[in-house]
Design a protein around this ligand. Structure first.
Ligand code: SF4
Length: 366
């Protein structure tokens, strides 16, 4: 299979062109066609000589994602279901005005992006882990989610959160390559501070990301502040326990200016006790981290429920009284960006024409 031209960084493109006896400035022309003018084929690159376009076609694929369905209307949360070239399905979510998530202004348009087909980490609350891991997404498949959603929405996006299907840090090389393209002035041009990587807690990769020069934000799917509770929910905790995770977070903090965000899904009688709230408050305060509390949304095939409202408020109050910046997500059905990937079941349902929207709005076949 030919490599996608959208997986190349600019200097790699220059190198490829050099091998084709083409001058370096052609690389900028090509990048402009791909990322600024957003053409959909080599044939549309009208200021390139025809023989060069032919050479590019011979050497590279010009990839695109196929939109299968869109759920939700304009100005509401919209889910995009994409088919990859091998037939696998992934989903991205466009959140028009998220309430000051991940340190960004509240009027920002945020896209929640997938990085893998399925997931190997099997967090107990998450639909993505139910069917296991299929494969990593390539860098172009990650970047193409942003391009396709911007094209469909007709406007530029401000924030990217890697929080869709999959564990982003388990696809580290392709993730970083995609981020380089998204961040580059010759690419999509989104500032690193507007890019958030969410992880279930892959300690070595958190440290690696910390050493990486871009000021990318980190969100950690925590969901338990002690080993006893977290191991019950997230198998990864048996490999990298809470202490090891917080060591890595401290290291991240020492290398970056952005505060870490902890995602915490409140599950009744599992992790919603006042004791857990105190343990979480201490951890978050030590790191000056923010906490996003997300009341659990029922997932078919999983047994848990969300705590009653007063219990959610009690949990929040413990954090706030301890001086922690914390939010409690109130909107129902808005847990799309809650953890890295609760979208898989909806995706599967779409395949069986049983894709009933939880956020209301028409189903549109593209
Ligand atoms: S929460 Fe994230 S890491 Fe855990 S199973 Fe879901 S997609 Fe994987």
């Amino acid at each position: 299979m030919k490599p996608s031209i959208k997986s190349l960084l600019l200097d790699e493109l220059i190198e490829e062109l050099w091998q084709l006896n083409e001058p370096p400035y052609r690389a900028n022309q090509i990048a402009t066609w791909i990322y600024r003018k957003r053409v959909r084929s080599f044939d549309s690159m009208s200021d390139l000589p025809r023989p060069l376009r032919q050479k590019l076609k011979t050497k590279f694929a010009y990839t695109d994602l196929e939109i299968v369905r869109i759920l939700g209307g304009k100005d509401a949360t919209r889910k995009f279901l994409f088919r990859l070239s091998d037939g696998n399905l992934i989903e991205s979510v466009l959140i028009p005005a998220s309430p000051a998530l991940y340190g960004s202004r509240s009027d920002r348009r945020t896209i929640c992006v997938s990085t893998q087909v399925g997931c190997a980490y099997g967090c107990k609350f998450c639909a993505s882990g139910l069917d296991g891991w299929k494969r990593n997404l390539s860098a172009d498949e990650i970047v193409d989610q942003i391009i396709a959603v911007e094209q469909e929405a007709g406007e530029r996006l401000d924030n990217i959160v890697f929080m869709g299907m999959g564990e982003p840090l388990a696809n580290y090389e392709n993730l970083l390559r995609a981020i380089s393209i998204l961040n580059a002035p010759w690419g999509i041009g989104i500032g690193a501070r507007h890019i958030t990587v969410s992880t279930s807690g892959l300690v070595p990769q958190i440290r690696k990301l910390a050493d990486q020069p871009l000021q990318i934000r980190l969100a950690v799917s925590l969901h338990g502040a002690t080993d006893a509770v977290r191991s019950q929910i997230m198998p990864i905790n048996r490999k990298y326990n809470v202490e090891a995770l917080f060591d890595a977070c401290r290291y991240y903090n020492s290398r970056k200016k952005q505060r870490i965000t902890f995602e915490y899904i409140l599950i009744e009688n599992v992790n919603d006790s006042v004791d857990q709230a105190h343990a979480l408050a201490k951890r978050a305060r030590d790191l000056e981290a923010k906490v996003n509390l997300i009341p659990y949304n029922t997932v078919d095939g999983l047994e848990w429920t969300r705590p009653p409202r007063p219990q959610q408020e009690r949990f929040l109050a413990v954090l706030r009284n301890a001086g922690v910046t914390a939010t409690l997500r109130r909107e129902k059905g808005h847990n799309i960006a809650a953890a890295c990937g609760q979208l898989r079941l909806q995706t599967e349902r779409a395949l069986t024409a049983d894709f009933s929207p939880t956020t209301a709005g028409p189903i549109r076949a593209a």
